[in-house]
Design a binder for this molecule. Structure first.
Ligand code: SF4
Length: 234
C-alpha cells in the first residue's frame, strides 16, 4: 500500500468508530486479515468487535512458554465465550533450547540484548510465522499507552513485516476500554484487578503503583525508551 493511500485512509477514518474501521478492513480483506491478540484489555475489546462483524476472522495469539497461569485461563475463557479457538503459535523448540542452554533460563535480566534475543525467539519469530498469508494485522495499540506509542496512527504500513497494520482503538482512553469491557461482559485477565495494567510474560511483568505509567511494570529494570519487544517497531 502506498503512503498516499495510507494517508487518505487515516483521513477517511479520522472520526470513525473502531467498529466502522474494522468492518471496512474485514470486508475488504476477508481471510487476509487477522487480529494479533496479546490478550490484553484492548485486544479483548477487539476480539468482541471482530467476532461481532465476522466470527470467521482469524484471531491468533502467541504462547511464549512464560505466560502467567491467569493468561492461559483467559485463553480458555475467551475460546469458550466466543465458541472459537484462538489460534496459538509457539516458539521453535530448538531455538529456545539453544538460547536457554547457552545463556540461562532468565537471560533477559542480564542485558537489553539478551532480553531482545528472548523476545525475538519467543515472540517475533512466531509472530512472523503467524503473519504468513496475511495482508493486514489488527492491533490494539493506543497512543496514550506509553512514551513509545505516542505516534501511533489508525492505519500504518508495517515495513518490517510488509503488512498493513490497523490500530482501531488508537484514540481510546483506558476508561473507554474498561467501560466497553464491563458493558459487554467481555472476559479479561484477572491480573488487571491486581495492579497489572499491561501483561506480558510472567518474569518480565510486575504490578505497578498508583500514578505509575501503565507500562511501567513491563521490563521495569530497563529504560522506558527500550521497552518494546520489537513487535511494534516503527
Ligand atoms: Fe522472554 Fe521476557 Fe520477552 Fe517473554 S517478555 S519473550 S520472557 S524477554
Amino acid at each position: 500500500m502506498q503512503a498516499e493511500e495510507i494517508k487518505q485512509l487515516n483521513e477517511q477514518f479520522a472520526s470513525s468508530t473502531p467498529q466502522e474501521i474494522l468492518r471496512f478492513f474485514i470486508e475488504r480483506y476477508g481471510n487476509k486479515i487477522g487480529l494479533a491478540s496479546s490478550l490484553g484489555a484492548e485486544d479483548q475489546v477487539l476480539t468482541e468487535m471482530v467476532i461481532g462483524i465476522n466470527p470467521d476472522t482469524t484471531i491468533f495469539t502467541l504462547d511464549t512458554g512464560r505466560l502467567f497461569p491467569e493468561t492461559y485461563d483467559l485463553i480458555d475463557r475467551t475460546s469458550r465465550k466466543y465458541k472459537k479457538n484462538l489460534e496459538i503459535f509457539f516458539p521453535k523448540k530448538k531455538k529456545v533450547q539453544k538460547m536457554v542452554n547457552a545463556k540461562g533460563i532468565n537471560l533477559f535480566f542480564e542485558s537489553v540484548e539478551n532480553r531482545k534475543e528472548c523476545c525475538f525467539n519467543r515472540k517475533i519469530e512466531p509472530l512472523q510465522r503467524a503473519f504468513k498469508g496475511l495482508d493486514v494485522w489488527i492491533c490494539g495499540l493506543r497512543s496514550a499507552q506509553s512514551v513509545t506509542r505516542t505516534d501511533v496512527n489508525i492505519v500504518e504500513w508495517d515495513a518490517n513485516n510488509n503488512l498493513i497494520k490497523i490500530n482501531p482503538l488508537v484514540d481510546w482512553t483506558e476508561d473507554q476500554v474498561w467501560a466497553y469491557i464491563n458493558d459487554k461482559g467481555i472476559p479479561y485477565n484477572t491480573l488487571h484487578d491486581k495492579g497489572f495494567p499491561s501483561i506480558g510474560c510472567q518474569p518480565c511483568t510486575r504490578a505497578i503503583e498508583d500514578g505509575e505509567d501503565v507500562r511501567a511494570g513491563r521490563w521495569w529494570w530497563e529504560n522506558p525508551d527500550t521497552k518494546e519487544c520489537g513487535l511494534h517497531k516503527r
